[in-house]
Each structure stands twice: as structure tokens, then as C-alpha cells.
Design a protein around this ligand. Sequence first.
Ligand code: SF4
Length: 372
Amino acid sequence: MKGRVHLRELLSEHTVAAAAELVRAEADGSVHCMACGHRCHVRPGKAGVCLMRFNRDGELRVPGGYVSSLAIDPIEKKPFYHVLPGADALSFGMLGCNFHCEFCQNWVTSQALRDERAGAPPSQFCTAEQVVQAAVDHDVRIITSTYNEPLITSEWSAEIFRLASAEGILCGYVSNGHATPEVLEFLRPCMSLMNIDLKCFDADKYKRLGGRFEAVTDTIRRAHEMGLWVEIITLVVPGFNDGDDELRQIADFIASVSPDIPWHCTAYRPMYKSSEPTATPSSTLARAYERGKAAGLAHVYSGNLPGMVGETEHTDCPGCGTRLIERRGFQVSANRLVGSACPDCGAEIAGRFVLAGTDVGRPSTFPRSVDL
Ligand code: SF4
């Protein structure tokens, strides 16, 4: 308990005022936060559901000026499979989340202030300029906000992304997608990538995890319509979302937004408070793959079981079927794309495969933490 109080005080010292676009003040001193789908009404002295944004004397204070972790690793790890294949990405995270999933794979950072076993302190206090300079110094062309839920720290991300965009760096979120139209509009000028976690296709289950199902599906549709490059991930958890009907519903929904959106079905490992003791077998990912292809999705990928999922880690041309990108885990071993086109039939593959003046080079084999 004492550690949590200390962390709360520490984090409250590293805040900025919320962006005007993401808050509405009321005459009684309370504020409405619009950074995520909870749309919290926060009274003076109180915090929102995420516990990271709080009302101090009628002002919404939000996180800024620190990272919980900062590392360079392959873009495939986010995962983005249709963004500069094989490129390094600089990833940063803060602390906290607007959900409380029992199977969270990042709970040590996401459940800070909610669970006293979580909440490793910030690893580095820094400026946005320092984070972007680290990307420039390491010749990294992509920056992602990940590790915790980035929507709740959107002001900090936007500050970094604005500077990074000026350097020609692609910027993106790895998010649970529990967003609002306001926060997407706020991010739109400086963000071009979004990996969204569609955890299941059931409103009651989403409630259990701490969110609203419609907020997530609305975000997926809106982000795609806005022109962001969207990839979807589903952690397939035995007994939670691995039924044929649910996998089919998820796949049908993604296809209804666009059949070109890649769907990553990844294997779960028992983690945090999960009641399910069994890891996801490759046969379940194979079923998800079949549902995705039957729905008409051009690109379905199996993740977290490198080398154990047959051909489903690779990218094949939806036009002629030829193999375009070969992967094993996060490593790209071959990329035959010419720009963003198939060299055999000329079909254009959806994604962000080209960035002017960029030679992405060889990706990191292991994450490299970055000291500022
Ligand atoms: S980010 Fe979401 S959970 Fe946090 S205060 Fe704002 S609306 Fe509430």
C-alpha cells in the first residue's frame, strides 16, 4: 500500500494540463475527459477510471514527461506486418490502463495504481525532444506508443509524434481501441498507424474487461475511414474467445470494414489473474486462420508460436498467391515486394511498405532498451 501511495505521488508530479480538445470543464469544478470511451466525469480531487488522469482544482492533469520503458525492436513485434517489413521501431510506454483484463500480458505496467503488485516506477524522466532524438540517433523510422494503453496518455504521445512527424518518422498506437472520435481527431495530424486489439465479439465480456464493445468496433471503423493504417490483433484465449462462432464474428466484422485489414491471431500464455491454465495450441490458431480466410480477409496471421503455425506467418499475394514476405516470429527472412506491389502479378498490397528515402536495414534480433 505504501509503495502504491508513493508511486501515485511520484506520477502526480509528472503531469501536464489535458489538451483542450480532450476535456470539458463544468462550472462546479468537475471535468469531462474525452481521451477514451469511458468519458469520465471527474470531480475535484478524484481520478478517472484509468487512475492516471485526475482533477486538481478544476483542471484535468494528465501524464507527461516520463517513460516506463523505451526500447528498439522489430516492427513485427507490435505487431505490424504491413509497415516497413523488417524495420526497427522505437517503442515507449507509460503506466496505467482503462481496462483490467485478467489475462493482461503487460499487467506490471498497465495495472499500476490498480494492483499493488504492479506499477514498476517510471524508468526515465525525459522530454519529448529526447525521445525523438533517440529515434533519430538510432536511425529508426517508426515510433510506437505501446506497453500500456496509449489513449490515456494521448497528450504525451501527441507531443512526441508531432516532433517525430517533422523528422519523417511514422507514428502509431498499439491500443485496445476504446477511443472516442475526439481523441482520434486529436491524434490524426500526427499519427498514421494503429494496431487495435479486438479482444472478443461480446458486449458482456467487454464489460468484464472494463470497457464497451461498441467503443472498440466504432474505433476500428473510424480509424480505417480516417485513413490510418489499421491492423487488428486478437489474443486467442482458450475458453474465452476461441469458439468457432466468435472467431467467425470477429473475422466477418473486420472484413465488413475492409478485407485488406490484417488480422493477427496470437497465442495466449497463462498470465496475471487468468483462470485459464492452458496455453493456446497451434490447432486453435489454425481454426482462427480458416475463419478469417472464409470471411474473405486477405491477410490472416498466427502469432506467438514461431515456426509452429505452418505457412500462416508469411504474406502471400492475394492476387496470384505467390509468397511475398517470409517470416519466422519477428524476423523477416525474405521480402519480394517491389515497392508495395507483387513482382509477379503487379497487385498492390495494402499497407505502408514504402517511406521515401528509407533503407530500413536489418532489424534488431532482440529488444534493445534505450537510455536517454
Ligand atoms: S482516459 Fe478514459 S478512463 Fe482515463 S479519465 Fe479519461 S475517460 Fe476516464
